[in-house]
Design a protein around this ligand. Structure first.
Ligand SMILES: NC(=O)c1ccc[n+]([C@@H]2O[C@H](COP(=O)([O-])OP(=O)(O)OC[C@H]3O[C@@H](n4cnc5c(N)ncnc54)[C@H](OP(=O)(O)O)[C@@H]3O)[C@@H](O)[C@H]2O)c1
Length: 279
């Protein structure tokens, strides 16, 4: 990578975030990285470089996010790339998950991402450049049994990223939303994944679906180092995509969803167009 940029990566103590930070530092980039736990972050990254700024952030607090963005500007003078990576999976049917469990997931996956975007954009807009990369999931395109709330959070990330890309284009700011399939990170481990505190016995298929996913832990086909490299490569492209799928499984699930959606739209077209005043 030629020109050195300032990167702001959330959720960096493990998984994709950690791979991103390590690769960026190795490439001589300036990196502000956030975590809930700065000790875990600094011991995971293990770098004394002046180009590395570890920051403790509570992503659900707009004030905490603002302080982190300001600390980055103070240290490095600017911000070029935002990678909204922090997030966690939550399994459970809608009925099983409490309002608190549900809101917590939205607070991190959706509102945390929005807080970062809201506080970073004024700087990107002033400098008339920047790239915002939001990590969604294939679950946001084609959700699976037992993951309704996680899918909803990731669908929200896709929806607002698409419109954000339009809204900030005039300021020279690029937006990409990344939808990974299954990657071998901590995502499916008990320390990352949340399951309902009050499961309901009737949801046998949901339990079976969760068991299948949890069994996949450590055997996911996706390589987080390759995912990080692919995301980093977007930033030097003159015309990066708005949507990027990562992984063969993501490709299969996305194309399957598009085909099913197209078929359903065509099947019910008569009722769809019958509701116009002149229909
Ligand atoms: N791995 C996959 O199969 C997969 C597939 C599709 C999408 N994704 C998405 O990729 C992103 C990275 O996940 P990963 O696979 O790297 O999983 P991971 O190894 O569990 O890492 C997740 C990161 O997100 C942060 N995080 C988790 N829960 C959080 C919370 N309650 N509040 C704030 N931050 C929290 C953590 O940051 P700190 O502990 O440093 O605070 C952690 O570093 C997530 O947005 C995830 O939804 C992953």
């Amino acid at each position: 990578m030629g020109y050195k940029k300032v990167w702001f990566v959330t959720g960096a103590s493990k998984g994709l975030g950690l791979s991103l930070v390590n690769q960026l530092l190795k490439a001589g980039q300036y990196v502000a990285a956030t975590s809930r736990n700065i000790n875990e972050l600094t011991s995971a990254v293990n770098s004394n470089s002046e180009k590395f700024l570890p920051i403790t952030v509570d992503l659900s607090s707009e004030q905490s996010v603002e302080q982190a963005i300001n600390a980055t500007i103070t240290q490095f003078g600017r911000i070029d790339v935002i990678i909204n990576n922090a997030g966690y999976g939550i399994g459970g049917s809608i009925e099983e998950l409490t309002e608190k469990e549900t809101r917590n997931n939205f607070d991190v996956n959706v509102f945390g991402t929005l807080n970062v975007i809201r506080k970073a954009i004024p700087h990107l807009r002033a400098q008339k450049s920047g790239h915002i990369i939001n990590i969604s999931s294939i679950a946001g395109i084609n959700g699976a049994t037992g993951w309704a709330i996680y899918s909803a959070t990731k669908a929200a990330v896709i929806a607002f990223s698409e419109v954000l890309a339009e809204d900030v284009k005039a300021f020279g700011i690029k937006v990409t939303v990344v939808a990974p399939g299954a990657f071998r990170t901590n995502f499916l481990t008990p320390e990352s994944l949340i399951l309902p505190e009050n499961p309901i016995g009737d949801y046998e298929e949901v339990r079976e679906a969760h068991a299948r996913y949890i069994k996949m832990d450590g055997a996911q086909v996706g390589d987080p180092e390759k995912a990080a490299a692919a995301m980093i490569s977007l930033v030097s492209m003159p015309n990066p995509p708005i949507h990027l799928l990562l992984g063969n499984d993501a490709l299969t699930r996305a194309t399957g969803k598009l085909a099913a959606l197209t078929t359903e739209i065509q099947t019910w077209k008569a009722i769809t167009i019958s509701t116009d005043l002149d229909g």
